[in-house]
Every structure is written in C-alpha cells, then in structure tokens.
Design a binder for this molecule. Sequence first.
Ligand code: TYD
Length: 136
Amino acid sequence: MGLREKCPILHFGDLGDERGKLVVIEGEEDIPFEIKRVFYIYESDDTVVRGQHANRESEFVLINVAGTSKVRITDGKEEFVVELNQPMMGVYIPKMIWKDMYDFSRDSILLVLASTHYDGNEYIREYEDYLKEVSE
Ligand code: TYD
C-alpha cells in the first residue's frame, strides 16, 4: 500500500443549514479509531514547524477547523504534503508515520484527534532514530 493510501484525506459530511455549518466526527465511524484525546494548535505562524515526530502507538486525524496549514507526511521512503484548508476535511495519520506541520495561517486552528492518552515515551523525535526503527 502506498503512503497516500495509508494516510487518506477524509471528507466529513456537512449537516449545516441556513443557520450555519455543522460537521460531526464520530470515533470508529467517520475516522478509523476511538477518540481518546483532542488537542488543538493555534497562534502558530509561517515561521514555525511543529510535529517533527512519529508515534509508535498513536493514530491521529488532523483538521484545520479555521485557517490553513500544511502537513508533510513521510514513511522514510515516500513523502507528500497535504494542505488542510477546509473544516470539512482531515488527514488520517497511522502509527509510525513521520509528520511536520508548518505554514500556519495566522487564523489557523489545527484540531487533532488522537487514539491514545498522551505518553511522551511513544514519541520518536529524532528522524535518524525513526529511519532506523521503520527499517527494522
Ligand atoms: P509537542 O509534541 O511539541 O507538540 P506538537 O506535536 O504540536 O509539535 O508538545 C508540546 C508540549 O506539550 C510537550 O511538552 C508535550 C506536551 N503535550 C502533552 O502534555 N500532551 C499532549 O497531548 C501533547 C500533544 C503535548
């Protein structure tokens, strides 16, 4: 399976009406895991790069609920960039995939849904270490 198939772009339904938009994301239905944790990143800008890690245990879905950002995704062999620019779209990132988030618009609010509670020990923060672990 290619990297793009492993990390699909997800399009969520809009239940909006004349009162405004409404997007619903149900764990294990609209995304492939049960949601254990939610965090969001804002007041980043186009000078910072976040992420820069892979996770041994966690799966994620990233959604720009406001503004835009880019995610560079790699498995050490292939690489692609997703621009998150609509509240109705997300990208699924499985375990052991390296990601960098960057080019945040000033109004960017990047919502992250995660399959685990936080555990700093499951993060791989050195790219060299990541390459070694994925090649094992
Ligand atoms: P970091 O991993 O650098 O964030 P990002 O993935 O956005 O680049 O996390 C910054 C700090 O916050 C770091 O000290 C770990 C802590 N943190 C938690 O305690 N819980 C969490 O769920 C996350 C994502 C981070």
